[in-house]
Write a protein that binds this ligand. Structure first.
Ligand code: KDG
Ligand code: MG
Length: 412
């Protein structure tokens, strides 16, 4: 079974997606997600110019060897562009292998370890009333776990707060926060850590009082605090029993988490911007986190993320795979198969994709009572509709960036 054809498909139904499609000489095809939000075309060039020529006539069944060959023969290692490109090849080869076996991929990864995957959605609101509406709307959709992000008094715009309102007259409207905005320049947002630290505990107190102790609550700090500020926040939300506090400090300095850990028992999650097992070495072996946030798409694919999660399992650290809308339905399917199979699954982030995206990517996953399941179709269970994809050419889009009141650029 040889790789005969490799296509890199860029489509922008509700947002940009980069997909690799590999086809074998005996007619099987596999899909891989290579979407790197705001830097999509860098991965397209890496795939088209440097990877696709190496794949032609390779044995499609040799997934490990192909992974090592692409990783080591480049000499230059790691990095989001390289690892997203390798991830796409890896996913597509697993898709092909599972189709050849006539099984859903999770069966090849060892079979199901659970009935379904607890998933969390994104509730948000500029005010407490809007936030409560959004939490209720998520509960109506079946979510048992909900991430809470709110506006902060004095700040005009903030990460994670959707612009579309929920509630009366808006039922059914898509209101998830979509940070990447189409256009030629990134949008500017404002930031004030002290205002944020004062406000967030009051929000969690209000949410717990309104929705009770059962609801699983999460929060994303999005890399903005210093270690000691993160420790303060972790401590101040302890009474509200968070499932996790995510990305409390900038992820490049994993040692910062030692300081946070010393001061708070709020569980910590990090890793959506990591791309290899080496990024996790210190924080897993020193047990500085509780959840691994990597996406299959950004961490070298199923082969490599499974290694990270197996390593994490030795330290009772669980998965919490990244699942915003910039992970395509192909990347989400890969996460669901992996999450269903591993023992140390924790939770799966799930932001439903828009209608156009769901027409481009035909999917077989199930959403029932707050749980995801990848379905029983052989392979990943996702097929690309080329006609639909062709309707939506790439559109330049950027993630926003932050400035403090005095004009200093801050982590976004
Ligand atoms: O591309 C960046 C987004 O995926 C990121 O901002 C989303 O932090 C995020 C999350 O937790 O989903
Ligand atoms: Mg995040």
């Amino acid at each position: 079974m040889f790789i005969d054809k490799a296509e890199v498909i860029v489509t922008s139904p509700d947002r940009n997606f980069v997909t690799l499609k590999l086809t074998t000489d005996d007619g099987l095809s596999g899909l891989g997600d290579a979407t790197l939000n705001g830097r999509e075309m860098a991965v397209v060039a890496y795939l088209k110019d440097h990877i696709v020529p190496l794949l032609m006539r390779r044995d499609a069944s040799c997934i490990n060897d192909t992974w090592q060959f692409l990783y080591r023969s480049a000499y230059w290692r790691r990095g989001p562009v390289t690892m997203a490109a390798i991830a796409a090849v890896d996913m597509a080869l697993w898709d092909i292998k599972a189709k050849a076996a006539g099984m859903p991929l999770y069966q090849l990864l060892g079979g199901a370890s659970r009935k379904g995957l607890l998933a969390y959605g994104h509730a948000s609101g500029k005010s407490i009333e809007e936030l409560f509406d959004s939490v209720r709307a998520h509960q109506q959709q079946g979510y048992k776990a909900i991430r809470i992000q709110t506006g902060v008094p004095g700040l005009a715009s903030i990460y994670g707060v959707a612009s579309n309102k929920t509630g009366a007259g808006n039922q059914g409207k898509r209101y998830d926060y979509e940070p990447a905005q189409r256009g030629a320049y990134p949008a500017e947002e404002d930031w004030d850590t002290r205002a944020y630290l004062r406000h967030v505990p009051t929000v969690f107190e209000a949410v717990r009082n309104e929705f009770g102790p059962e609801l699983v609550l999460l929060h994303d700090g999005h890399h903005r605090m210093t270690p000691i500020q993160a420790a303060q926040l972790g401590k101040s939300v302890e009474p509200y029993d968070l499932f996790w506090l995510e990305d409390c400090t900038p992820a490049e300095n994993p040692e910062a988490l030692r300081w946070v850990r010393r001061h708070t028992t709020t569980p910590l999650a990090i890793g959506e911007i990591f791309n290899s097992i080496w990024d996790y070495q210190t924080i897993i072996s020193e047990q500085l986190i509780d959840y691994v946030r990597s996406a299959v798409t950004h961490t070298g694919g199923i082969t490599h993320l499974k290694k990270i999660l197996d390593y994490a399992a030795q330290y009772q650290i669980k998965s919490g795979m990244h699942g915003p809308t910039d992970i395509s339905p192909v990347g989400m399917a890969a996460a669901m198969h992996l999450g269903l199979a591993i023992h140390n699954f924790g939770i799966q982030e799930y932001m439903a994709h828009g209608e156009k995206t769901n027409q481009v990517f035909e999917q077989s996953f199930r959403w029932e009572a707050g749980m995801l399941h990848p379905g029983e179709k052989p392979g990943l269970g996702v097929e690309l509709n080329h006609d639909e994809a062709g309707k939506y050419p790439y559109e330049q889009a950027y993630l926003p960036y932050n400035r403090l009141a005095d004009g200093t650029v801050h982590d976004w």
